[in-house]
Write a protein that binds this ligand. Sequence first.
Ligand code: HEC
Ligand code: HEC
Ligand code: HEC
Ligand code: HEC
Length: 470
Amino acid sequence: MMRRAKLAAVLLAGLLASALAACEREPASDSTAGAPAAAASAPVGASSAKGVGTSTVGALAPEPRGDAARGRELAKKRECHRCHGGLDLEPVDTTRHCVACHSEVLAGKFDHEPDAKRWRKNVAHLFAVPSLASVGARLDYSWLVHFLAEPRDLRPRLEPTMPRLGLDAQEARDLAAYLVSQGKPAGAATASAATGGATAAASTATSTAGGATLAASPGGAGADALAGADEARGRKLVDAFQCGACHRMSGTALLAGGTELDAGKRETRAAVMLAPDLRHVRARMSPGALVAWLLDPLAMKPDTLMPRTPMTPEQARDIAAFLMHTALADESLPAAPVPLPLLDRKVTFDEVKARVLDVTCRHCHGDPDTALGDGGPGNSGGFGFSARGVNLTSYEHLQAGYLDASGERKSLFGKLADGTPRIVAAMWARHREVAGKPDRELRGMPLGLPPVPPADIQLFATWVAQGRPR
Ligand code: HEC
Ligand code: HEC
Ligand code: HEC
Ligand code: HEC
């Protein structure tokens, strides 16, 4: 424990030193030399070669069933456990674990460090991420395949999303097979036995047409689990139990205890941040698993932050009927903002650095020379991405560009077909991902994190258009 804390502190000091020193220092001419070598030895970005990773719908078919052992290897390679707990993989050290280190910073474990106060103030994301413990008892295999290949936002009050890792259909199936093989604690055994073989059939129906199809599906055990349950009574119970204090269910009237989302207000209570939008339940869970969850969430997932609400099995079935069957309005995602026109004032690199690059970018596009050799997932590689050599810590490094799929250095300012410089386009692409319109050619940046505000992208674009003055 002590040793890990010390290591983490060293790494932090390195991170921060790099941020400060980078501005004054000429980049060592070989500072990125390691990157091409790495890119050449590793098969170049599986993802980049295949495109950013939105497979066609046909290719996403959950069958043939994935291979759990291959999925486990893939989970290691993709470093799922740098963000997620609850998997049976060898734990990642805090010096590399995004969520563990951020949590420790916020919990004051580094308070002996001179910069601890500022760090604590600045860590805004990736301290609460759902654990994947006993995911197999809760979440449906085909839903997992779709989600992994094309992640979408699930939790209205959690700002980060699952990053688009560019998994192809086979990888998504293997990972999903691995995940469903994970942990089925004793409490869940009866529930999964009750719905057993019908789960797959039921879930296909629910993911396309919702509960109505499920109820109508002939002889499905899924339907039996809720036979005779009353959706209207379920809604009243959800309101009486104040489930809305943590959950929203978009597409239906606001749940009692809830408030409209306030975009300007950041949520910091983990139990609320991690509560999913209940509209997705019908695609994610079988009726049997849902009833078991409602009766005793902790028995199903020991590390969950959802408290147990005492209720009778009949009440649980009524609530499940409401969650599974109530009519939902179409999902309304925020529209992506229209790019703003360039500013007509001079913009300096210092402004761009302070308002864009230092806020999130440099944490994944760091300087390996000053961070114990690891420049982060966007530079040295990580989450299964090969080294792309993008260092966003200083003016010189920014000019040095990125490694494309064939390992060749290209400019980050090269113009795409519509004339937008690549790095600017990547920031707009993140807005489109949040709006549910992921780009096939370009991965949104910052990866899986809230988009850069339009006015800050405008500032960056203006600086590029002005010839990128120092
Ligand atoms: C950079 C951090 C990060 C990495 C790496 C990551 N995830 Fe996630 N993942 C998230 C976040 C954040 C969410 C919550 C998204 C939401 O609720 O909208 C999430 C959600 C999920 C969910 C849904 C869980 C639930 O209860 O809703 C699954 C399944 C999942 N991730 C699997 C994976 C797998 C498999 C990998 C590795 C291939 C992986 N993740 C890598 C951050 C990460
Ligand atoms: C050794 C501890 C440590 C690890 C590991 C770590 N971080 Fe951080 N991170 C920090 C600290 C400390 C800050 C605040 C730095 C500051 O004040 O400048 C921070 C800030 C950030 C920020 C900007 C603030 C925010 O929350 O948006 C991002 C983004 C970020 N980290 C992403 C990551 C990702 C992604 C990973 C995993 C690949 C990661 N970090 C791993 C310690 C860590
Ligand atoms: C204190 C906050 C809190 C309250 C109150 C709460 N939940 Fe939850 N709920 C959560 C969290 C957090 C999760 C995510 C569980 C996890 O993966 O660990 C969750 C998960 C769920 C899920 C699984 C959804 C999915 O898509 O995975 C359902 C269903 C659910 N809650 C229903 C309810 C109902 C019904 C009530 C009221 C009886 C309720 N919750 C009360 C926090 C809460
Ligand atoms: C959570 C980590 C993370 C954060 C934060 C992040 N990036 Fe990235 N970035 C990556 C990864 C990983 C890759 C490599 C992706 C790939 O190979 O497809 C990448 C690649 C890139 C690329 C090259 C991709 C291409 O093909 O054009 C650009 C440009 C980029 N990032 C810009 C940014 C900018 C600008 C920011 C801040 C607004 C940022 N990134 C923040 C992880 C991150």
